[in-house]
Write a protein that binds this ligand. Sequence first.
Ligand code: F6P
Length: 407
Amino acid sequence: MSHNIIVGQSGGPTSVINASLAGVFKTAKELGAGKIYGMRNGIEGLLNEQYIDMTEYLKTDMDVEILKRTPSSFLGSCRFKLPSAQKSPETYSKIIEILRKLNIEHFFYIGGNDSMDTIKQLSAYAKENNITDITFMGVPKTIDNDLAVTDHTPGYGSAAKYIAATLKEIIRDAVVQPIKIVTIVEIMGRNAGWLTAAAALAKGEDCEGVDLIYLPERVFDTDKFIDKLNEIMKTKQQIVVAVSEGVKLADGRYVCELSDSSKAVDSFGHKQLSGTASTLASLVASKIDCKTRPIEFSTIQRCANHISSLTDINEAFIIGGVAVKAAFDGQTGKVGVFNRVSSKPYIMGTSIYDVDAIANVEKKVPDEWIINDGTYVSQEAIDYMKPLIQGEMLPYMVDGLPRHIKL
Ligand code: F6P
């Protein structure tokens, strides 16, 4: 038995997706893996036979440790939807042929709900074609935290920590002058509001917090928004609003489409969302006599590993190992998931779950966690998020800056 494995990273990067890669690498080595290959740019690269032997890059424990603390996807990523096996059987036979050439026994894919589609398709193809010598396992990741079944996803805690910490700084800045100003901060998360909800974490004994939080789970009404700002301004001059990039109007259009004519969509059909904060800031400036400042966190929130959550890094590493152990035990078509035992104290278990229940499913923020007529989130939401941002693991600092490992 070769015990060779291959691992790929897919979808948007995070601060801790490399910690999962490190978890896969280290656990596979400990379990006696032969070669450990990494796909360059996920399944898209693999189809072009682009891969590396990871042991050539990760020679020492220190290399693995730096990988753990390096944001984004070390192996490169892709947003590539596999065509169905009915439509393109040659794609699947080509993948199997490449895997066989490398004597791969275990295939791991680290990604979000779209990426888990790759595991779903490949494991189903293997089953249908009686391919029993290769297992296919998913490792969860996404800052969006919108994966079904798992309590949360690696990457979310660190992005949430960045968002809450940066909002505290934005609020300190916003209140410095006694003028009327509306600061609108746009947060990623596509159609799920988990990340935007993290804005609530900014509030504490040393910070007044954001005034309004708008999630994509609720229809956004521009008139109500202006009314709300006018109402708050009766008692407060500086207002800070957190808004999801994915908020939509009653007619189904994204708010950002009011001023953005971009038609860019990825291979999963997702529209590129951007410009919600500036659209709303222009609206506010046209309706209210005040200064406005739109801030789009954009990609900065994904890889801000100078303020990663230690909990997130550790869990990302662990879940990579969970997937490897399960695969070496013969499991296939599964994803590593987290099961919360309790929040106070924080106790988190792990297990594996059927990929069919996870691929392509978007988990939304529970309706009852959205309060104040859709303008804030509940204490329950805060209690859920709080443990995920705990602890710090600083990058290795060299010459005043974080040291990263790259291909
Ligand atoms: O999938 C995570 C995510 O960060 C979403 O929150 C966001 O909408 C999307 O990726 C942006 O993707 P890209 O950088 O590929 O445009």
